[in-house]
Ligand binder design. Structure first.
Ligand SMILES: [Zn+2]
Length: 255
């Protein structure tokens, strides 16, 4: 791995190819030729972008409530959970454009550790990328600490080898902490699209449905064995289906 660039080093702009000295301090590196914003990693100089924040606090909360009312989560989560804390932050992501058999694709990998690994599945709307700018003072910027080389390794593990472009993208998130049934959970709402990401959350219970299915199989099976007359058999099936449907309906309302 090449040594970390230090003051006095020249860097090459990935957008125009222009070489310029690396400015000291390097909070915001800008190419003097094409004014692209750049990020200097240990191994490379890449374009540096921000995604705009399009959802305010209330809109992000509404997006979280919609997700809570959806089908993945336990029934009533939207009404019975209490939001304890909302924090705006920007999260750094390595973005890779690559050629695969399926055509041109865009991948992202986290550039900082996160307890919510789903960020790697986030779809970054490439058309919305803006030159990097410092976030507002109320926003906590999370620093990129995962080297580009590490993230490149993950992309290669996904079977992608012909990376044509690499960039660092600062993605705005609203970080939520909420309480449900005595436990604390967290979720991220992406500030540009409203996508909700969560690793651990109160899930919809699956077991009652499995029980109904098993019960149905057993009952139908027994009836099939016990009744030989095909007309009576169909009649018995129909009569059994009614309570099963009612139970399933009741469970769907409840769970
Ligand atoms: Zn340039």
């Amino acid at each position: 791995m090449p040594p970390e660039p230090s003051a006095g080093t020249t860097i090459q702009c990935p957008q125009c190819g222009g070489e310029s000295p690396l400015p000291a301090g390097r909070e915001l590196v800008r190419c003097p030729f094409c004014s692209a914003t750049l990020f200097v990693d240990r191994s490379a100089v890449v374009s540096h972008y921000s995604l705009p924040t399009l959802l305010d606090r209330d809109e992000a909360t509404a997006a979280l409530r919609r997700w809570m009312a959806g089908n993945e989560t336990v029934k009533g989560l939207d009404r019975e959970s209490q939001v304890e804390n909302i924090e705006p932050l920007t999260f750094p992501m390595w973005l890779f454009r690559a050629h695969t058999d399926a055509g041109k694709v865009v991948f992202v990998e986290p550039a900082a550790p996160t307890p919510i690994p789903q960020v790697a599945d986030l779809e970054v709307p490439a058309g919305k990328l803006e030159p990097f700018h410092d976030p507002e003072a109320s926003v906590r910027p999370i620093e990129p600490t995962i080297p580009l080389e590490t993230a490149k390794g993950w992309v290669q593990q996904r079977g992608v080898h012909r990376v044509t472009e690499t960039a660092l993208v600062e993605v705005p998130f609203w970080h939520f902490r909420y309480k449900y049934d005595g436990r604390s959970y967290r979720a991220l709402v992406e500030g540009s699209t409203g996508t909700v990401l969560a690793a651990v959350y109160p899930e919809k219970a699956e077991s009652p449905y499995v029980l109904i299915a098993v019960l149905g199989l057993v009952l139908f099976g027994l009836e099939g064995l016990a009744i030989s007359n095909p007309v009576l058999k169909l009649l018995a099936y129909a009569v059994t289906a009614i309570p099963l449907t009612l139970i399933a309906y009741w469970v769907a309302r409840k769970v």
